[in-house]
Design a protein around this ligand. Structure first.
Ligand code: GLN
Length: 486
């Protein structure tokens, strides 16, 4: 018989309703699993064991009284940049190592209202800046498929935990690919919803015009359920869009025949990795078997995506991270000569190298005399990229492309070469620039038995279409059922 920790949220919810198990039993199964495999993976910053067991007991009370919602009693892991009242929210940074928020992020409030069980907080690149979860102050997370490789980033802990069955589902955040890349590297499903569809209230800001929270799951059905929970308007986030969303689970069984997927020639001409090419070709033929048509199209400004992103994201970061000054909260240097020196020492000690690089890049790009040449230009490029997608969606329902240019790379391989690290996001960044929803779906294993994913991108607020396509694909394949041996 399968262990409780291996089951999907939907399977567990069914058992809870039939009283075949309890939320406490499920939570204990996961906590035991965490004890045995987490030391090798390090997907967690903190396992919030006592809180989890309390939440599970509360969920069992609700289940007994009939006050049940779809995910009541189901365990979840949240990325360590979402405020979790009473628990340190470090963002993978020394500067916030002791920060315990006095309030919950809106997604956390929703999780609590649903009666889900928060197992702990997930490791991440410092301030979500990175593609490998190696820049965390707490050390790297390892990919459960091969402990010498990275799980991708920045939401590497959230993805690795779901892949290793030390969390049933999880939440991450995606500014330039931080959900989709780790989903691809860990062989799980991950979605970045449309900008504005999930509240960012209580999400520690990296680049506010790009950041978006989204779900990870082992299959699309679980992902749809979690999406139902987190999507929706929030008056506490001024960029949250007041717009009702459909019940995403009603799209799990809709046929996809007659739909058209666009294939951007620029994406595929850049693709050199044979494992990724092969996985994409196989995925394409499965969709074709399902009656999906493919059409070639062009996104001509794609090439400028990374360059423009590395002006816009660091500019916003340099402004957002100015608040960490050692005065209000977080780390403060012990030795200093003056107030200015206190700021300088605190920030020098508190931030890691990559975060400092971004602050310098952004401050430079925004400085007087350079704003027009850099920031304004990048903002214009962003509009061109958005228009490319708009044009593309005239001829297709969604775009089909790789999630990442390669399977997972080795720990240490790119950490000293920022440009190589940045290039990992070549297929995901344009989607954030345009604010579109994107999903990464497991597409099989490489020759070295490492996961590969493909990406689908839909027009604004068409997450349901992504759920529909991904679910149809998963009915035809067993890629999402493969598990790493640990
Ligand atoms: N790797 C990209 C960066 O470092 C994207 C990270 C993210 O999506 N948070 O900025």
């Amino acid at each position: 018989m399968a262990h409780l920790y291996e089951l999907t949220a939907i399977e567990l919810a069914r058992m809870l309703r039939k009283k075949e198990t309890s939320s406490v039993q499920i939570t204990e199964s996961l906590l035991n699993r965490i004890d045995s495999v987490e030391p090798n993976i390090r997907a967690y910053v903190d396992v919030t064991r006592e809180t989890a067991l309390e939440m599970a007991s509360e969920a069992d009370r609700r289940l007994a009284s009939g006050d049940v919602r779809p995910l009541t009693g189901i365990p979840i892991l949240i990325k360590n940049n979402m405020c979790f009242r009473g628990h340190r929210t470090t963002c993978g940074s020394r500067i916030l190592a002791n920060f315990v928020p006095p309030y919950d992020a809106t997604v956390v409030t929703r999780i609590k209202e649903e009666g889900m069980v928060i197992l702990g907080t997930a490791n991440m690149d410092e301030f979500a800046m990175g593609s490998s979860t190696e820049t965390s102050y707490w050390g790297p997370t390892r990919n459960p498929w091969n402990l010498d490789t990275t799980p991708g980033g920045s939401s590497g802990g959230s993805a690795a935990a779901v892949a290793a069955c030390i969390a049933t589902v999880s939440l991450g955040s995606d500014t330039g690919g931080s959900i989709r890349l780790p989903a691809s590297f860990c062989g799980v499903v991950g979605m970045k919803p449309t900008y504005g569809s999930v509240s960012r209230y209580g999400l520690v800001a990296y680049a506010s015009s790009l950041d978006q929270i989204g779900p990870f799951a082992r299959d699309t059905a679980d992902l749809a359920l979690l999406l139902n929970l987190i999507c929706g308007h929030d008056p506490k986030d001024s960029t949250s869009v007041p717009r009702p969303h459909p019940d995403f689970t009603t799209y799990l069984d809709k046929p996809v025949a007659g739909m058209t997927l666009g294939v951007p020639t620029e994406f595929f001409s850049k693709l050199e990795n044979p494992d990724v090419s092969k996985a994409c070709a196989e995925a394409r033929s499965i969709f074709e078997r399902l009656g999906v048509k493919f059409t070639e199209l062009s996104l001509p400004h794609l090439d400028y995506g990374i360059a423009a992103y590395y002006i816009i994201a660091p500019s916003e970061a340099s402004s957002n991270l100015a608040r960490y000054d050692g005065v209000k909260y977080g780390h403060r240097a012990e030795k200093f000569d003056s107030m200015i020196d206190m700021y300088c020492q605190t920030r020098a000690e508190g931030f890691g190298a990559e975060v400092k690089r971004r602050i310098m890049l952004g401050t430079y790009a925004l400085s007087s005399g350079y704003y027009d040449a850099y920031y304004l230009k990048a903002a214009k490029v962003r509009t061109l990229i958005t228009n490319d997608f708009k044009t593309a969606f005239r001829t297709c329902d969604a775009i089909f492309c790789p999630t990442a240019p390669s399977p997972p790379f080795r720990i240490g391989e790119k950490i000293d070469d920022p440009i190589q690290m940045y290039l990992t996001d070549v297929f995901t960044i344009p989607v954030n620039m345009a604010g579109l929803p994107g999903i990464s779906v497991p597409a099989g294993l490489s020759g070295d038995r490492l996961p590969v994913g493909f990406q689908l991108v839909a027009p604004h607020f068409e997450e349901a279409r992504l759920v529909q396509l991904a679910a149809a694909f998963q009915k035809e394949t067993d890629h999402h059922l493969q598990r790493p041996s640990l």
